[in-house]
Design a protein around this ligand. Sequence first.
Ligand code: SF4
Ligand code: URA
Length: 258
Amino acid sequence: MSTDDLRRRIEYFKDLGVKELYRREASPFVPEAPPIVTETVPEQISAALVQPSASVTPEVELPSLAPTGDTLLQIGQDIGDCTRCALHKGRNKIVFGDGNPEAPLVFVGEGPGADEDAQGIPFVGRAGQLLTQMIEGTAKKEGIPLVRADVYICNVVKCRPPENRTPEPDEMAICGQFLFRQLQVIRPRAICALGSTAAKALLGGKDGVTKLRGKWHKWNDIPLIVTYHPSYLLRAYNVEAKREAWEDLKKVLHFVYD
Ligand code: SF4
Ligand code: URA
């Protein structure tokens, strides 16, 4: 990378609200392994995975995926030492979620990467640190007192796909039920879907971020914004995407915290 490229890249991160470029460090947080439970998921729950999206009005009310009195703890216990999809084979740690269990805003990513798989915490690697800095940087610029710990962050699939490949539809459908339950329990004021995989899991359909971003959608009556995945912002030097991601974040932060 030339000095000019480097300078532009640093400017780019600065615009996103990133104040420091970091080196990776071991996390002090080592979550306990989830307890092992052997129960399997009832078939009707797997069958009811596709939730109504804003554009689809089901003729029949779909059953709630969340058992009454569901809790994040219960969901974690139900996941247990999960082997329900092929992703269990390559994982080190199940990455359940992180942050405020009563957060008014939930960010949903795709699936754990190498750092997340090692630590058991979502969005702690390069993309994660960018996400954290984007959230905190944008909030600060907008005069909203907010740190990462105030929101909740999780993924569509809880185990790292090999080589960080995109999760397969069956993996998203199986693990998605846990995501849906997490969202039902937290019932945030808004959801921010990061990238196409999260958008597909939550809205159904085939549209990608370019088509979906910039307007409000709904997941089970909860307002939802789609924006670029931070990995995409790290990879592509794309001024427009950066500006748009910033707009999306501003929009969702003001909606939730004003
Ligand atoms: Fe279970 Fe989800 Fe991991 Fe698949 S990705 S093994 S469904 S926890
Ligand atoms: N990318 C994701 O989608 N999720 C993570 O937790 C980390 C990187």
